[in-house]
Ligand binder design. Structure first.
Ligand code: KG4
Ligand code: ZN
Length: 348
């Protein structure tokens, strides 16, 4: 008997500052539209929640229509709808959730809520329509974004155990704060990454907080302060090279800490695969450090294609597809805080 055809899923995402919609079949992306608000928030140096909600409201209909038509489909071709239900900004989350509820009500198609970080887990498996889907094997996931830094043991769909997270700033947040204090604008991550390529990572010995402590927790606030103190003592960098050296040294510290803890998590769990996901997974230094460590320690490293590192709806659709297959009962709520190992899932 042949397997039943995979459902075609329309996915929506509006948890932070990207309004996104996608059509997927499993991990195959048929269309993915992302409308970013970065330019709107840049002048304020960070995401302004009220502005985010308003701009999501203005874009969600267009983005949804674009995703359906870019997939060469109409609403009738969609089997199920998925939406990010948390964690995220409450007003922002509500926009896609209400859109999903409206579409589900008017078409009678089931609506599934997806954990935003579970979506990021799936981003590492997304591919174009022609690609054979990859298997979601047990692995350690390092979730590194503007709001999260955590190591998660992933055994199977819905079976997640948080091994450790940050005590203060997330890795992306540290990038953004250091970017701000160096006058590089928002978000700092991509700019620091680019400048770091021109600098000497050994120029400044910035600290590696928590590196020596046992366990899987992180702390980035002290590292950010170390960069601040460095700039206050020596004055703002007076050349592109001096700036690039600070960026490279900061990036080396972040990458060393993240990869050392991830390697420890692999050793502890006995797993042989590390998936790095979230906005910071785009970071060149982090990718290189992880690959090098993987080569010496004997583990595989998987990262999403660059276009799926940041927030997108295709990852939400892929996570939903796996849940549908696992027999999860449809249903949606809005959660501003929601641990990834929360036991809220009801199976049929
Ligand atoms: O996953 P994401 O798009 O949104 C959240 O859910 O937070 O992550 C955004 C974060 C920002 O802090 C941004 O500075 C960081 O990811 N980021 C990077 C890079 N690209 C984005 N950090 C370091 N290097 C990059 N290349
Ligand atoms: Zn995210």
């Amino acid at each position: 008997m042949s397997a039943p055809p995979e459902p075609t899923i329309l996915a929506l995402e509006s948890s932070c500052d990207e309004t996104a919609a996608a059509v997927v079949r499993g991990t195959r992306v048929l269309s993915s539209i992302v409308s970013t608000q970065i330019e709107i928030h840049r002048q304020f140096g960070g995401v302004v929640p009220e502005l985010a909600s308003r701009h999501h409201l203005g874009s969600i209909t267009t983005v949804t229509e674009q995703a359906i038509s870019a997939a060469g489909m109409s609403l009738e071709d969609i089997d199920a709808i998925a939406v990010t239900e948390g964690p995220g900004l409450s007003g922002a989350l509500l926009v896609a959730v209400q859109m999903g509820r409206g579409l589900s009500f008017s078409t009678g198609k089931p609506l599934y809520g997806v954990h935003h970080m579970e979506g990021h887990l799936w981003s590492a498996y997304l591919g174009d329509a022609e690609l054979e889907p990859a298997t979601f094997a047990p692995h350690v996931a390092m979730l590194v974004s503007g709001g999260h830094t955590e190591l998660v043991e992933v055994r199977a769909v819905g079976r997640y155990r948080v091994l450790g997270c940050t005590r203060d700033d997330a890795a992306g947040e540290a990038y953004d704060k250091v970017g701000k204090l160096l006058g590089l604008g928002y978000p700092g991550g991509p700019v620091i990454d680019k400048l770091a390529a021109e600098g000497n990572p050994a120029a400044h010995a910035f600290p590696r907080p928590m590196l020596k402590q046992p366990g899987f927790e992180f702390s980035f606030a002290g590292l950010k302060t170390a960069v601040l103190v460095h700039v206050e003592r020596r004055g703002a960098p007076d050349s592109r090279q001096a700036l690039a050296d600070i960026c490279a040294s900061f990036q080396a510290a972040v990458s060393d800490i993240l990869v050392a803890k991830a390697a420890r998590a692999l050793e502890r769990t006995g797993l042989k695969r590390l998936n790095i996901v979230g906005g910071v997974a785009a970071n060149r230094g982090l990718r290189e450090t992880a690959m090098a460590r993987g080569a010496t320690d004997g583990f595989e490293v998987r990262v999403p294609p660059l276009r799926y590192c940041g927030d997108n709806a295709a990852m939400i659709g892929a996570a939903a597809a796996a849940r549908v297959q696992a027999g999860v009962v449809p249903g949606v709520d809005v959660y501003t805080n929601l641990p990834i190992d929360d036991d809220r899932v009801l199976f049929a």
